[in-house]
Write a protein that binds this ligand. Structure first.
Ligand code: NDP
Length: 235
């Protein structure tokens, strides 16, 4: 019997991350995922899928590095955990902004580098960025947009470092997707739809399908690239 793929999903308890956990476990992988606050949702998902849930705060650099080390060697690392700080940047608490940078920028870098140490040739590093890395049509989200643009540089640079080992590094850039972070019936629904040509929020499973393809054998020549899935939000 073929060895199971070992997968770590940082931020897997809810939303897009949970769909990624479901997809990889359904495809037969041995999956570990992290969460920070939603112990109940994490336990339920672990029971449902057979994945292992572990509490690890992505804002804690050393904890993230230790988690990646303990979960490895990894065939696939998916960095999904991400947070938003929304509102007038002149009134932001700088600590909130720094936490966003820790979770959305520092953790992906340190997790990817740590995973690469022991990753077998042909491994996959996939980061969930955002269509806001390319287009930010709303005020109040500069810190978030900055953090998601940063994933583009991460993927381009690390793809150069790891390509000789056949390890690919890619960013999946979702547009509006139905999750707690982005409720499809929220106050911004009509405005968000006006930016799109396919006027609906995407489903987490649609993002998970793209992640699964990037993790699979057909995508071994795809690296250092951004993969936007957004109903033409950023077009
Ligand atoms: P949710 O808020 O629905 O879920 C976020 C997930 O990340 C949860 O599992 C959460 O864990 C985990 N997480 C958050 N902070 C931390 C942390 N400090 N440490 C560990 N885990 C953490 O978000 P989405 O599913 O909507 O978003 C997932 C990713 O997709 C993010 O990177 C987001 O920026 C990106 N994205 C989302 C879009 C959307 O429209 N939904 C659009 C574009 C990009 P817990 O349950 O414990 O809080």
């Amino acid at each position: 019997m073929a060895r199971k793929k070992t997968v770590l999903v940082l931020g897997g308890s809810r939303g897009i991350g949970a769909a990624i956990v479901r997809r990889f476990t359904a495809d037969g992988a041995a999956v570990t995922f992290t969460y920070v606050a939603s112990a109940e949702a994490a336990d339920a998902l672990a029971r449902e899928t057979g994945a292992i849930a572990v509490q690890t705060d992505s804002a804690d650099r050393d904890a993230v590095i230790a988690r990646v080390r303990q979960s490895g060697p990894l065939d696939v690392l998916v960095v999904n955990a991400g947070i938003v700080v929304f509102g007038d940047p002149l009134t932001h608490d700088p600590d909130d902004v720094d936490r966003l940078f820790q979770v959305n920028i520092h953790a992906p870098f340190h997790a990817a580098v740590e995973a690469a140490r022991n990753m077998p040739d042909g491994g996959r590093i996939i980061v969930i960025g955002s269509a806001n890395g390319d287009r930010m049509p709303l005020p109040g989200m500069a810190a978030y947009a900055l953090s998601k643009s940063a994933m583009q540089g991460l993927a381009r640079g690390l793809a150069r470092d790891l390509g000789p080992r056949g390890i690919t590094v890619n960013v999946v850039q979702p547009g509006p997707i139905e999750t707690d972070l982005s409720p499809p019936e929220g106050a911004l629904k009509d405005l968000i739809h006006s930016f799109m040509s396919i006027k609906r929020y995407g489903r987490p499973e649609e993002v998970a399908a793209l992640v699964a393809w990037l993790a699979g054998p057909e995508a071994s020549f795809v690296s250092g690239a951004m993969h936007t899935i957004d109903g033409a939000f950023a077009a």
